[in-house]
Ligand binder design. Structure first.
Ligand SMILES: Cc1ncc(COP(=O)(O)O)c(C=O)c1O
Length: 393
């Protein structure tokens, strides 16, 4: 089918829950992809931070197809080796203890919310089930994750919401201290808010959140759905802050393109959820876990150092460009501040010029594959720089 036919069919038969860009993607390799007609793009989106190793990475395809040829699904009533090995790898690379596997970021956060409420109820008493999240956060679209999300624009229409969430302003330590009381069981934060516009938390605020959790017997939940799996130049972004979370949620980048999500839990709460408390038919599927193990294996210290270096290179190149007012984020999760209203024009211009970009609030957001070649990064940045010059000056 050609692009026009695919778009027409899609528009008539899929519900309009996305305002899609005017592009059909048919194939890809690394950080490059093609439309059905062969128009080429450099990809600075990685499927919104999912394709950590780019399109169709050979090593990843090999392990996924090998696993497909062994056993494709077993249900969580049986043990499978890839899930057990992945849980072990996540524990050894975080110092946390045990993982619950699900299929997406929203479900990962639902898991953390349930664990925190049970932890609070068992350890602090009935009623100790309130969770503090941040204004401007994003935690997913299911009802509890949506309620946890501190942005009004996502809350229209979907009342009644789940009770028990309190919202604190970003980096406002005094408010955080006031909100945390005997009824609070957890603080849930993204250390760099992604959908909220690539907003970095202050070191002091992040440390205060950790201290409050320790002092008041609450759980520190870090949502690493977007920031995790090497995206910021460390395996998880909380590691930049030297934090010791009780629960880390992940999704997106771990599967390398297949759906996975989960919550890695520390000593304090890893045995809170017991049989019957939580589950997922597909969670921890062996094919997905085999692919995830390959992603983790590739993200060694040298690889992560290179992600950080690529991020520095992007900052250096773009900060020299007139029209760029600042860059937030770390590694290959970056938000480029431009004059208000210009970000979407840059994204549209990118599509014309063969560069896929994202927005986050008023910023242009870059989430390229972590293994993007330096030369591709440079080529994409050249396109961006000339777009910024022509659109903002
Ligand atoms: C920080 C964060 N949490 C949760 C989610 C929800 O993930 P999913 O779309 O896989 O449910 C997202 C998605 O963008 C996210 O950025």
């Amino acid at each position: 089918m050609n692009s026009e036919k695919i778009k027409e069919l899609d528009k008539s038969k899929t519900a309009h829950t996305y305002s899609r860009y005017d592009v059909v993607l048919a194939s890809g390799k690394g950080a490059r992809c093609l439309s059905p007609e062969g128009k080429g793009f450099i990809d600075f989106t990685a499927g919104i931070g999912v394709n950590s190793l780019g399109f169709c990475d050979e090593g990843w395809i090999k392990v996924v197809t090998e696993q497909l040829n062994k056993i494709q699904h077993a249900s969580n009533l049986f043990y499978t080796e890839p899930q057990a090995r992945l849980a072990e790898a996540l524990a050894s690379r975080t110092g946390l203890s045990k993982t619950v596997f699900v299929n997406s970021g929203a479900e990962a956060n639902e898991t953390a919310i349930k664990a925190a409420r049970k932890y609070g109820t068992e350890n602090k008493g009935t009623g100790a089930n309130r969770i503090i999240t941040l204004k401007n956060s994003f935690h997913g679209r299911t009802m509890a994750a949506l309620t946890a999300t501190g942005q009004e624009k996502y809350h229209r229409y979907f009342t009644p919401f789940i009770e028990g969430f309190d919202y604190c302003a970003v980096n406002d330590t005094e408010e955080l201290k006031k909100l945390a009381d005997e009824n609070s069981c957890a603080i849930m934060i993204e250390v760099i808010q992604g959908e909220g516009g690539v907003v970095d938390l202050n070191q002091d605020f992040a440390e205060a959140a950790e201290k409050i959790c320790r002092d008041k017997d609450m759980l520190l939940i870090i949502d690493e759905v977007q920031t995790g799996i090497g995206r910021t130049g460390k395996l998880f972004a909380y590691q930049h802050y030297g934090l010791k979370p009780d629960i880390v949620t992940f999704a997106k980048g771990l599967g390398g393109g297949l759906p996975i999500g989960g919550a890695i839990m520390g000593e304090k709460c890893c045995n809170v959820l017991q049989p019957g408390d939580h589950g997922s038919t597909f969670g921890g599927n062996p094919v997905v876990c085999a692919g995830a193990l390959e992603v983790l294996k590739r993200l060694d210290e040298d690889f992560l150092r290179e992600v950080a270096a690529k991020g520095e290179y992007v900052k250096e190149r773009l900060l020299q460009t007139s029209g760029v007012n600042g860059i937030s984020g770390k590694g290959l999760m970056l938000g480029i501040s431009l004059e208000k209203g210009k970000a979407s024009h840059i994204v549209e211009g990118g599509i014309r010029e063969g560069l896929l970009l994202l927005t986050a609030g008023e910023k242009v957001r870059l989430l390229p594959p972590l293994n993007i070649e330096w030369e591709e990064l440079g080529e994409g940045l050249n396109i961006m720089k000339s777009l910024i010059k022509s659109i903002t000056c």
